[in-house]
Design a protein around this ligand. Structure first.
Ligand code: HEC
Ligand code: HEC
Ligand code: HEC
Ligand code: HEC
Ligand code: HEC
Length: 476
């Protein structure tokens, strides 16, 4: 009974030659790739844009497995043909293509079993793989270049917001862009020629109204907020003090306040800036009643506009670091001292700690060896009595000092203190004062104000025992 093609068809010799171990491995690879393809296909079609790295699986890994299989199958066949030629054992007549032929049986069983196993395994793991590749853990760890952002992210209020929520937009264009970038990043990783540090600002973020405003309503957040900042002096006692401010945050429906002036519906702010957005020579402010005011620095002329990038202001022009905030050494120290992670009763610990943190280390490994050792040996040498009596406190502080370093500095990615600016204030980086410097004037002489109480009420600056906190009943 001829069931599988004519006497002179290519199928008979194929089935005969493919019946060897090497070709079978190739067939299993091809089957695996085909089954995996059909599992990933619907996910890729439905929601590929949200899975930037799934593209690597879909466009690179699965096709590679497929083509590897396609190459291996004929290799095994040629090898078998040669062997039979050499041994002079090429069969005169190939067995008929029917189920009784063991070669046919073996081939069908192989493909059948491989498909079955792949469907079971695929069905079980596709979902897990997709979820995993979508997770912050994958984006942040599979690719070591993003280790710094991941570290900061884990310590941010947005640790439950997946990376792709902010980083990958919706729609066909975003889909293609995300695929191109994913492939580009993979290539850069393989060739080891990605930029260190990864450049900022990021121009491919989803628009703030699609991300931030999904959870934060500009009309809603608001009012005043009391901020108490703990500071420590670089003296023997690490003298503590407090800065107290009331931030005039203001909701988008208020005419006053920070959000009110920039984010109230109807307000539209455009500005021209250098590519790093650090220098802003020109700002155009449209208020809800339609009045337009243009502010510019003294030597600004409209012809210069082409040298700058023009951008519409949104949340991210102030909140540059909603989930990747890197602290300056001084702030990191103050934070650790206020939580007493670093023991503030150790003499000179702030000054000495800063010195050690700000020294140069070529690698994280070098920092791991040198940072704790430096603080310990300082107390051993300068304060042997304290060291003997409070050894545990010294050692714990030394480890915490290293933790501060590893949270904020990444020598492998050339990220050091202050590499990534945070524009929310004006003390560490130009921030608000890029515009609010009283150098930006309009034709009729208005300026973008720097009046200290426009944005906050300063209730105490580095006071040891601010009276206001006692009045409010929140002083310990
Ligand atoms: C809440 C929104 C948000 C989430 C969630 C988020 N990012 Fe970002 N990310 C940003 C913003 C905003 C910037 C750009 C800041 C700028 O342009 O100055 C950025 C910048 C980056 C950069 C460029 C380097 C830098 O620090 O400026 C990398 C890399 C990055 N993010 C990776 C990640 C990874 C990995 C995750 C998940 C673990 C993640 N991001 C989650 C908002 C987010
Ligand atoms: C999925 C929801 C979600 C998205 C999207 C989101 N946030 Fe948040 N954000 C939160 C939550 C929840 C908190 C409060 C966390 C807490 O209290 O610890 C928060 C806190 C904040 C805070 C206060 C931080 C602090 O230290 O007190 C700021 C500022 C902020 N978000 C800005 C942004 C910006 C800017 C974006 C857009 C890039 C954004 N958020 C996107 C949910 C979100
Ligand atoms: C002009 C700069 C600026 C813009 C634009 C801006 N913010 Fe803010 N925002 C601030 C400042 C300053 C604070 C208070 C200080 C801080 O949180 O560090 C703040 C505070 C917040 C808080 C915390 C509120 C609270 O009560 O603790 C959230 C949430 C927030 N902003 C979200 C947003 C979102 C979402 C947008 C975009 C719609 C936005 N901001 C636009 C400057 C800005
Ligand atoms: C791109 C330029 C730009 C940046 C950056 C910027 N602002 Fe503004 N801001 C303006 C303009 C323009 C006005 C409106 C001036 C006017 O009334 O015409 C304004 C007004 C304000 C006002 C109202 C002042 C008043 O008249 O009472 C506050 C408060 C304010 N900004 C806070 C901030 C804070 C806080 C930051 C930083 C987190 C910041 N701004 C960053 C451009 C900017
Ligand atoms: C355009 C708005 C704006 C103006 C004008 C402004 N500030 Fe600020 N200031 C801020 C913001 C925003 C912060 C940061 C709050 C935070 O870190 O959450 C801040 C923080 C501070 C802090 C605390 C810094 C710290 O140690 O962390 C001090 C002190 C301060 N401002 C002083 C001043 C003085 C003095 C003036 C007047 C020359 C002034 N500010 C004008 C917006 C402004």
């Amino acid at each position: 009974m001829e069931t599988f093609g004519g006497e002179r068809g290519w199928i008979k010799p194929f089935i005969h030659l493919v019946d060897n171990a090497i070709s079978k491995i190739g067939l299993v690879l091809v089957t695996t790739a085909v089954v995996a393809f059909f599992f990933i296909l619907p996910v890729e079609i439905r929601q590929g844009a949200q899975h930037p790295y799934l593209g690597i699986l879909f466009f690179v890994i699965i096709p590679s497995i497929f083509f590897l299989g396609i190459v291996i199958v004929p290799l095994g066949m040629v090898r078998k043909l040669r062997r039979e030629q050499r041994a002079g054992k090429i069969p005169e007549q190939l067995p008929p293509l029917e189920w009784d032929n063991p070669e046919v049986r073996r081939l069908f069983k192989l493909i059948g079993i491989a498909t079955f196993v792949n469907i079971i395994v695929g069905g079980y793991y596709t979902n897990a793989t997709v979820t995993y590749m979508d997770s912050a853990g994958f984006c942040g760890t599979a690719c070591h270049t993003m280790h710094p952002e991941y570290t900061a992210y884990l310590d941010s209020p947005h640790v439950r917001v997946p990376c792709v929520e902010c980083h990958v937009g919706h729609g066909t264009r975003a889909y293609l862009e995300s695929k191109m970038r994913g492939a580009g990043q993979l290539l850069a990783m393989a060739l080891d020629n990605y930029e260190r540090p990864i450049p900022t600002p990021v121009r491919t973020l989803r628009p703030a109204r699609d991300t931030c405003e999904e959870c934060h309503w500009p009309q809603k957040f608001g009012g005043y907020r009391l901020d108490v900042l703990d500071k420590f002096a670089e003296d023997e006692q690490n003298t503590p003090s407090k800065t107290v401010l009331i931030m005039r945050i203001g909701g988008g429906s208020m005419t006053k306040g920070i959000h009110g002036f920039h984010m109230k519906p109807g307000v539209h702010i455009e500005y021209a800036a250098t590519p790093d957005r650090q220098e802003i020579p020109w700002v155009r402010y449209q208020s809800p009643d339609g009045t337009v005011t243009e502010y510019a620095v003294e030597d600004w002329t409209p012809e210069k506009a082409s040298q700058y990038e023009v951008r519409v202001m949104d949340c991210l022009d102030c909140h540059t670091r909603p989930s990747h905030r890197f602290y300056l050494a001084d702030r990191a120290m103050d934070r650790a001292l206020s939580l007493n992670l670093i023991d503030r009763s150790l003499p000179w610990v702030k000054k000495k700690g800063l010195e050690i943190l700000e020294a140069e280390y070529q690698s994280t490994e070098e920092a791991e060896q040198k940072i704790p050792a430096a603080l310990i040996s300082y107390y051993k040498k300068e304060y042997p009595k304290i060291y003997e009596a409070r050894r545990e406190a010294v050692e714990r502080s030394a480890q915490q000092l290293l933790a501060l370093f590893k949270r904020n500095v990444f020598p492998e990615m050339r990220i050091t203190w202050g590499t990534y600016p945070d524009h929310i204030g004006h003390t560490d980086f130009p921030g608000c004062f890029r515009c609010h410097d009283e150098m930006h004037t309009s034709k009729d002489g208005k300026v973008i104000p720097q009046d200290c109480s426009a944005c906050h009420e300063l209730l105490a600056i580095e006071e040891s025992d601010p009276e206001i906190l006692t009045s409010l009943g929140i002083q310990p």
